[in-house]
Design a binder for this molecule. Sequence first.
Ligand code: HEM
Length: 142
Amino acid sequence: MPEQEQTIYDVVGGEPTFEKLVDVFYERVAADEKLRPMFPEDLEPGKYWQFLFLIQLFGGPSRYAVERGHPRLRMRHAPFPIDVDSRDRWLGHMRAAIEAVGIAEPARSAMMTYFERSAAFMVNADSSVENVMQWQRKYDEA
Ligand code: HEM
């Protein structure tokens, strides 16, 4: 039998690493004046789900599936107006958290690639359309 491939979860140090990652990420979200209002007053439940989701995603125990079910992330994000700027802020906080926790290559790039690709699917509010409309109104008035 071939040896089982090591997961990102194992390589970066398992649960304690993801606990720290989520701590740093949430500290940054809490200090972000645009993102903070989208989150509920009590950040703890969201932090817990984020933690379970990430350990499962990167090859750790499937506790998110057991305790929460299917992630359905786009649907779970539908109540929040997430535009491209919010996506970039979110990604910036995650990048900084990965850095702060000291996750090394190649895990760092593999994780960021996942986040960059899937963050696009969470965008559900189009600030660029509003920009075009404002421009159009100015043009019409001229
Ligand atoms: C790759 C991108 C993203 C991933 C993987 C992700 C992941 C998650 C997960 C796993 C949860 C918890 C879901 C649950 O309740 O079971 C969550 C909640 C949430 N996410 Fe995201 N998210 C992403 C992008 C974003 C962005 C760009 C925003 C914009 C602000 C955002 C805002 C939120 C909010 C407000 C919640 C609810 C937190 C709560 O109820 O406490 N997320 N996200």
